[in-house]
Design a binder for this molecule. Structure first.
Ligand code: IPM
Ligand code: MG
Length: 360
C-alpha cells in the first residue's frame, strides 16, 4: 500500500473547522483508493504564537520539510494584529513558502454553474470562466532586499521594499506557467508592468525566451493594470495567467470574486522537488465567523483534491472529489457565503458530510 506523510496545519479562526471536514475527505479517499495518509497535526500562526511565542517553530518547520505535502487551513486574527510584524501569524506562511522553496502558486478560479448567481458580476460575463493564476511566490516585492523602515537624520522615516527578479527565478515560474497551460487551454498570458518597471521588462524578455520551448502554447502579454480591468470586463479571455508575487496576490483575489465566494477556491504552492508542496484555501481565517460552524469547507476540500493530483499523482481521486463537490452544489447545499437570500443554509459539517456521502 502506498503511504504518504501529510503535515496538517489547521491554524487560526475557521482553520480548524474547515480542516476537520477536509481531513475526513482525505481519509475517505485514502480508504477508497488503497492509499495510507499518515497525518501529523501541528500548530501554526496565531495558535503557535499563543503556545510557543512564535508563529512557526523549528519543530513544525522540520515536520513540513520531512512531509510529502502540507495541508494548511488559515492563519491570522484580530487578536494578533497588534504584535510586531516580525512575529505576526502571516509570517508563518511567508517562512513556509521561503523555507520549502514554494515558488509556484497555482490559484484556479472556476465558475460553478449552480453558483453563477452568487457572483456580483452579470451571469453572461462570468458563465464558463475557468482560469488559473500562476503566482510567483518566493521573490519580488515580498522578499526583495533592501527592505525595512529606517529613520533619517532629520527624524522622518523611510520605508523600502525592492521588486527584484533574476533570470533563473523568472525562467522556472515561466516554465510552470507554460507547462500547466499545455495541460489546459494552451493559452498563457504573462502579466507585467514592463512599460514602467525594469524588473518586469526583464520578466517579459525571459518569458518570451522560455516560450520558444513551448511552441504549442500561445503566449500573450498584458500590463497588470489592464489585466485588473480585463478580469472583470471579459474574464473568459483568460486560460492561464503567470505573474510576479505582488501582482499575483492582487489579481488572484480579484479572480476569486468572479466565482462569487472566496470560500470556494483552493490553491497549491509548489517547489522544485515533488515533496515540496503546500495546499491551502485562498481565503483567510475569517475571525468574524470562527467557532460558529458556518464556514465553507469547500476550498479546503478542493485543496485536498489539488494535493492528490499534484503531489500524489492520484488524478482519479482528485477528479472524484471535484465531481462530488459539484454534485453537492447541484443538490442545493449552500453554506452561508454562497446561499442566496431565503435559501436553506448548511453548516460547515453538513457540507463536509454531504461531500463524503457523494464520495461513498
Ligand atoms: C495570500 C495572502 C498572503 C499573501 C498573506 C496572508 C501574507 O494574502 O496568500 O494571498 O499576501 O501572500
Ligand atoms: Mg492574498
Amino acid at each position: 500500500m502506498k503511504r504518504y506523510n501529510v503535515a496538517v496545519l489547521p491554524g487560526d479562526g475557521i482553520g480548524p473547522e474547515i480542516m476537520g471536514e477536509a481531513v475526513k475527505v482525505l481519509k475517505a479517499v485514502g480508504k477508497k483508493f488503497g492509499t495510507e495518509f499518515v497525518l501529523t497535526e501541528a500548530l501554526v500562526g496565531g495558535a503557535s504564537i499563543d503556545a510557543n511565542g512564535v508563529p512557526l517553530t523549528d519543530k513544525v518547520l522540520d515536520l513540513t520539510l520531512k512531509s510529502d505535502a502540507v495541508l494548511l487551513g488559515a492563519v491570522g486574527g484580530t487578536r494578533w494584529e497588534t504584535l510586531d510584524y516580525s512575529i505576526r501569524p502571516e509570517r508563518a506562511l511567508l517562512a513556509l513558502r521561503k523555507e520549502l522553496g514554494l515558488f509556484a502558486n497555482l490559484r484556479p478560479a472556476k465558475i460553478y454553474k449552480d453558483l453563477i448567481d452568487a457572483s456580483t458580476l452579470k451571469p453572461e460575463v462570468i458563465d464558463g470562466v475557468d482560469l488559473l493564476v500562476v503566482r510567483e511566490l518566493t521573490g519580488g516585492l515580498y522578499f526583495g532586499v533592501p527592505k525595512g523602515i529606517e529613520t533619517l537624520p532629520d527624524g522622518t522615516e523611510r520605508g523600502v521594499n525592492t521588486m527584484v527578479y533574476t533570470t533563473p527565478e523568472i525562467e522556472r515560474i515561466a516554465r510552470v506557467g507554460f507547462e500547466v497551460a499545455r495541460k489546459r487551454g494552451k493559452k498563457l498570458c504573462s502579466v507585467d508592468k514592463a512599460n514602467v518597471l525594469e524588473t518586469t521588462e526583464l520578466w517579459r524578455k525571459v518569458v518570451i525566451k522560455v516560450g520558444k520551448e513551448f511552441p504549442d502554447v500561445s503566449l500573450s502579454h498584458m500590463y497588470v493594470d489592464n489585466c485588473a480591468m480585463q478580469l472583470i470586463r471579459n474574464p473568459r479571455q483568460f486560460d492561464v495567467i503567470v505573474t510576479e508575487n505582488t501582482f499575483g496576490d492582487i489579481l488572484s483575489d480579484e479572480a476569486s470574486m468572479l466565482t462569487g465566494s472566496i470560500g470556494m477556491l483552493p490553491s497549491a504552492s509548489l517547489g522544485a522537488a515533488k515533496n515540496r508542496a503546500m495546499y491551502e484555501p485562498i481565503h483567510g481565517s475569517a475571525p468574524d465567523i470562527a467557532g460558529k460552524g458556518i464556514a465553507n469547507p469547500i476550498a479546503t476540500i478542493l485543496s485536498v483534491a489539488m494535493m492528490l493530483k499534484y503531489s500524489f499523482d492520484m488524478e482519479a481521486a482528485s477528479d472524484l472529489i471535484e465531481a462530488a463537490v459539484e454534485k453537492v452544489l447541484n443538490k442545493g447545499y449552500r453554506t452561508a457565503d454562497i446561499a442566496s437570500p431565503g435559501e436553506k443554509k448548511s453548516t460547515c459539517t453538513e457540507m463536509g458530510e454531504a461531500v463524503l456521502k457523494e464520495l461513498a
